[in-house]
Design a protein around this ligand. Structure first.
Ligand SMILES: [Zn+2]
Ligand SMILES: [Zn+2]
Length: 337
């Protein structure tokens, strides 16, 4: 086991794969980066070459103007990959957002998986998480405390639809992050039979279009900026969380403020944002998903990062699993939980 530490190095700014001279999700510009998914705390601009799934490259192109077609960048569909410096890299679904991948590295008979962010429950907007057997499992731990148990998604969506129907003169304004959460809430609403147009803030438009281009059907979306106030009574409106308590929301008829995030489990967070209708919908694994995943992957060693590292570390110790906490910088837990 000591062997791995000679070819893969966790640094505060990312994970360095020595024989390939490549970084995974580096927090600063590097020559070669393999990127797990498009959220800003993983995908930064300015790298010489980016290796990622086609969807992640498309998202980076949209967000940073990174040229997906640039010769230095390379796209790999799930289960495919490349070899560099004797290390075999491949991408496997992480179930987090469109295009999100775990990165498997095989070198000198050893297998290491870096999950990036992931979740286990169903999400109509992306491929489901795949259990990839490995020696070292580098797992996120955003919700790595037993207090975090997300309720079934369908219950939260039913709560949302119930709130709209209860007050037909008002609109319900849902704060949802622009990449992943917004599209998932829309797709879940469609699944629950909500087929009315859904109204969106302009900041969500292009990412919703990107999802549609990649085959995620979101139904009819209308821009709030092109809609009269009265038309949005009894309707659902989505906006980035920053717009919730902003002047912008005055365009809406007496909005009920909602927010879709795993952090809505914490009452104080809901109060801080003046959220009347907290919806616990998360794109990160909750406590049970984290511990189930470590059990299923059953690695020789787990490296824990991105969140409540100590809680999951303690669980590993109690269940006699070898583990250590990595302290990576710049992981913005608010952005996308
Ligand atoms: Zn993420
Ligand atoms: Zn993240």
């Amino acid at each position: 086991m000591a062997k791995a530490k000679t070819w893969i190095e966790p640094h505060p700014g990312g994970i360095y794969v020595k024989p390939a001279d490549l970084w995974i999700d580096p927090s600063r510009p590097v020559e070669r980066a393999a990127v797990t998914h498009g959220h800003a705390d993983h995908a930064r601009s300015g790298h010489g070459a980016v290796f990622a799934t086609p969807e992640t490259l498309a998202i980076m192109a949209l967000r940073y103007g990174v040229d997906a077609e640039a010769s230095h960048n390379q796209a790999f569909p799930y289960d495919d990959g490349f070899e560099l410096g004797g290390v075999r890299f491949s991408f496997h679904p992480a179930g987090h957002v469109l295009g999100s991948a775990q990165i498997l590295m095989e070198y000198a008979g050893e297998r290491i998986v870096v999950t990036g962010d992931y979740k286990r429950r169903a999400d109509p907007t992306c491929a489901p998480f795949e259990v990839v057997p490995c020696d070292i499992f580098v797992t996120e731990a955003t919700f790595g405390l037993p207090v975090f148990r997300h309720p079934p998604t369908g219950e939260e969506i039913a709560k949302l639809i119930g709130a709209v129907r209860a007050e037909p003169d008002r609109s319900v304004l849902v704060g949802a992050y622009a990449l992943g959460k917004a599209q998932r809430v829309i797709a879940e609403l469609r699944r629950a039979g909500w087929d009315a147009p859904i109204y969106i803030h302009g900041a969500l438009e292009r990412m919703c279009q990107l999802y549609a281009v990649h085959g995620v059907d979101l139904g009819e979306l209308r821009l709030v900026s092109e809609t009269g106030k009265a038309e949005m009574a009894g309707q659902i409106v989505l906006a980035p969380p920053s717009a919730l308590n902003d002047r912008w929301s005055r365009r809406l008829p007496d909005p009920v403020t909602a927010m879709a995030s795993g952090w809505m489990r914490v009452r104080q967070r809901a109060r801080q944002r003046m959220v009347e209708l907290p919806l616990v919908i998360s794109d990160h694994a909750d406590w049970d998903e984290l511990t189930t995943t470590i059990t299923e992957v059953n690695p020789k060693e787990s490296w824990i990062t991105h969140g409540s590292e100590d809680g999951l570390l303690r669980w590993c110790e109690l269940t006699q699993r070898k583990a250590r906490a990595l302290h990576l910088v710049g992981r913005d837990l608010e952005e996308e939980a």
